[in-house]
Design a protein around this ligand. Structure first.
Ligand SMILES: NC(=O)c1ccc[n+]([C@@H]2O[C@H](COP(=O)([O-])OP(=O)(O)OC[C@H]3O[C@@H](n4cnc5c(N)ncnc54)[C@H](O)[C@@H]3O)[C@@H](O)[C@H]2O)c1
Length: 255
């Protein structure tokens, strides 16, 4: 299959790949030929994902990394360069979601949201970009959200704002680093069946049928749906694509 050689001999870092969209992305990028380095807060989860990817015959390493720590992120990038000689792909997937009514939202809630979802992406880009610029090529894919485009009405205005920041960052970096050979794009998932999504509806699970009904394709996304879009943007198939936000939401943005 074409997808099995899209990333042959490439080195890819995927953050937050201990479960959900990140785990599916790490597995797909590895199947496409990349050596995948997982940077994940939960080192045990990361090792479990990496171990199952290796057991299937592909290349994957797990690293305990908190993307809110610029030092730890720089160490991972330095390790990738020293051990593997290059960084071709960075997928900024690590993310956090929480609900707080807007009128009760304090600075600590806003700071935590921005620290992981926006600053974490900025740290990882800053760490990986020098290696990409030095070789005159590279691809960064940021995982934003439909909420970053249309906003959120479910007590998550800070989450929506953090993802809006990721979209603005994506476009800004694409303009800044395109001339140096680096492409930077984003995917904007709709509702995807992961722990994060399940937690977001746990207080009112009866909402699920209505959520699905509002999606033109009449199903939740699966982590693999997002992983395939990320693989496209990460690979040379998207060689003339930069600064774009690809919505992967089953048409929900139309509804
Ligand atoms: N599931 C959805 O419906 C949905 C929709 C839109 C966008 N997204 C985005 O997709 C991405 C992945 O979401 P998911 O649904 O797979 O979530 P998830 O909660 O299942 O997985 C997120 C992973 O990120 C890791 N992580 C969290 N904070 C981290 C940090 N500081 N450093 C490193 N790793 C960290 C977690 O440990 C976890 O393994 C997130 O950025 C999320 O905002 C998800």
């Amino acid at each position: 299959m074409l997808s099995e050689c899209l990333l042959t001999d490439r080195v890819a870092i995927v953050t937050g790949a201990g479960q959900g969209i990140g785990a599916a992305t790490a597995a797909l990028l590895a199947r496409a030929g990349a050596t995948v380095l997982i940077g994940e807060l939960d080192a045990e989860q990361a090792e479990s994902v990496a171990g199952s990817i290796r057991a299937a015959g592909y290349k994957c390493e797990a690293h305990g990394v908190d993307v809110t720590s610029p030092n730890r992120v720089r160490e991972l990038a330095a390790y990738a360069l020293a051990r593997h000689g290059r960084i071709d792909v960075l997928v900024n997937n690590a993310g956090y979601y929480g609900k707080v009514p807007t009128l009760e939202m304090d600075d600590a809630s806003m700071d935590r949201m921005m620290a992981v979802n926006y600053k974490g992406v900025q740290h990882c880009c800053q760490a990986a970009l020098p290696a990409m610029i030095a070789r005159g090529c590279g691809s960064i894919v940021n995982v934003a959200s439909m909420a970053g485009i249309k906003g959120s009405s479910s007590q998550a205005s800070h989450y929506a704002a953090s993802k809006g920041a990721v979209i603005a960052l994506t476009r800004s970096l694409a303009a800044e680093f395109g001339p140096r050979g680096v492409r930077i794009n984003a995917v904007a998932p709709g509702q995807v069946d992961t722990q994060l999504f399940r937690a977001s509806i746990k207080e009112r699970p009866e909402r699920l049928p209505g959520i699905v009904e509002a999606i033109p394709l009449r199903r939740l996304g699966q982590p693999e749906d997002i992983a395939r879009a990320i693989l496209f943007l990460a690979s040379d198939l998207a060689g003339f694509v930069t600064g774009q936000v690809l919505s992967v939401c089953g048409g929900r943005l139309l509804a």
